[in-house]
Design a binder for this molecule. Structure first.
Ligand code: PLP
Length: 337
C-alpha cells in the first residue's frame, strides 16, 4: 500500500522506536520530564524564542495560542482556507468565544494590505481585532509558501496596530527547506508559533507551541484546562527530538517527488488546474474523463491511496514513508490511465 492521503500517516522507524524505548521520563505536568524539557528547549533555541510547550496535537497548540492571545467577544483574522477555521471543529468559537474575519487569499496566503483592511476600527459596534493568524505552508493552498518579505509587511501592520501574530507552522520545516530560510527568521516576527512533529517530520504524535516566557506560562494553564497535560510524555518527545535531528534533511526528497508527480499529472487529459507544487503537497483539478472520486478509486485498485478533497480536486501528500521507487510506481500507474 502506498498512502498519499496525508503526511500524518507516517509510522515511526526502528531507529525512532529505539530512542522512544530508552527515553528518560518523568511527570511532565510537574515539569519533571527531562526529555520533554529537552525537546521544548531545543525548539525554542532553534527558533530563537524564549519558551515552548509540548502538546498532543497541532489543533491543541493552535487553539491554546488563540485562547491565550484573545478574550471572548474579540475577533481573529485569518485566510478563508486556514486550518484553524476550516478543520478545528469551530474551536475558535468553542474555546475562545471569538468571531473570525476571513480573508480571501492567494492559495492560503494573505497580504499586509488585506490585513490592514480587515482590522476593525476602535468602534463599540465592532469586535476588537485581537489576533492575526497565518499558515505556512498552506495546506489547502497546496503546500504554498509565503515570501518572507510579505510576512514582514504583515508584521509591520500588526505592530502598528498592537495586534499579535500567530503562525500555524504545522509544516513550517517544509517552508524553511523549500525557501532556504532559517527558523530564527520566524522566531523574530511571530508572537507564537505552532510546530508539528507528526507531519513531514515523521514523529507519531506531538506539536510544540513557542512564544515568550509569559505567553508559555499562560499556555501551560490552558493546556491543563484543555486536558492536554501529559505525564511520562518523554517517550513521545524522544520521537520529536529524533525527528528534528534526523528528518529535516529528508524533506527535500518529498518536495522533489511531489514535483515528479506534478509532471506526470500535467500530461494527462483528465487534469485541469493544478496548484503549483512548492513543497510536499499536490492538489489538482480532475475533470472530463474522470472525476476526483473515480480517479481516487482507480488509484486504489493499484493500492495507491489518496483523497478527493472537494467535488473537483484530489490531493496527494508526499512524506517519509514514500520512497523514490514508490513514486516510480505511482507515475507508471498515472501514465497508464
Ligand atoms: C495546517 C495544519 N494545521 C494544523 C493541523 C492540526 O494538526 P493535528 O492533526 O496534529 O491536530 C493540521 C493537520 O493536518 C494542518 O494541516
Amino acid at each position: 500500500m502506498i498512502d498519499l492521503r496525508s503526511d500524518t500517516v507516517t509510522k515511526p522507524t526502528k531507529e525512532m522506536l529505539e530512542v522512544m524505548m530508552t527515553a528518560q521520563v518523568g511527570d511532565d505536568v510537574f515539569g519533571e520530564d527531562p526529555t520533554v524539557n529537552q525537546l521544548e528547549w531545543m525548539l525554542a533555541e532553534m527558533f530563537g524564542m524564549e519558551a515552548a510547550i509540548f502538546c498532543p496535537s497541532g489543533t491543541m497548540t493552535n487553539q491554546i495560542a488563540i485562547k491565550v492571545h484573545t478574550q471572548p467577544g474579540q475577533e481573529v483574522i485569518c485566510e478563508r482556507l486556514s486550518h484553524i477555521y476550516q478543520y478545528e471543529g469551530g474551536g475558535i468559537a468553542f474555546n475562545s468565544g471569538c468571531s473570525v474575519k476571513l480573508i480571501d487569499g492567494n492559495r492560503g496566503r494573505i497580504t499586509a494590505e488585506q490585513v490592514l483592511e480587515a482590522i476593525n476600527p476602535d468602534d463599540i459596534h465592532k469586535p476588537t481585532t485581537a489576533l492575526i493568524s497565518l499558515e505556512n505552508t498552506g495546506n489547502r493552498g497546496g503546500g504554498s509558501c509565503y515570501n518572507f518579505n510579505d510576512i514582514q509587511e504583515i508584521k509591520k501592520v500588526c505592530t502598528e496596530n498592537n495586534i499579535p501574530l500567530h503562525l500555524d507552522g504545522a509544516r513550517i520545516f517544509n517552508a524553511i527547506v523549500a525557501k532556504n530560510e532559517s527558523p530564527k527568521q520566524y522566531g523574530e516576527v511571530f508572537d507564537s508559533i505552532s510546530v508539528c512533529l507528526s507531519k513531514g517530520l515523521g514523529a507519531p504524535v506531538g506539536s510544540v507551541l513557542l512564544g515568550s516566557k509569559a505567553f508559555i506560562k499562560k499556555a501551560r494553564r490552558i493546556r491543563k484546562v484543555f486536558g492536554g497535560g501529559m505525564r511520562q510524555a518523554g517517550i513521545l518527545a524522544a520521537a520529536g527530538i529524533y525527528a528534528l535531528e534526523n528528518n529535516i534533511k529528508l524533506i527535500s526528497k518529498d518536495h522533489a517527488n511531489a514535483k515528479r508527480i506534478e509532471q506526470a499529472l500535467i500530461k494527462k487529459d483528465f487534469f485541469g488546474e493544478m496548484l503549483p507544487v512548492e513543497t510536499n503537497i499536490v492538489i489538482a483539478e480532475v475533470k472530463g474523463r474522470l472525476d476526483p472520486i473515480e480517479f481516487v478509486q482507480k488509484m486504489k485498485e493499484h493500492k495507491i491511496y489518496l483523497m478527493a478533497i472537494s467535488s473537483t480536486q484530489m490531493r496527494m501528500v508526499l512524506h517519509l514513508g514514500i520512497s523514490d521507487e514508490d513514486v516510480n510506481d505511482i507515475i507508471k500507474i498515472i501514465d497508464g490511465l
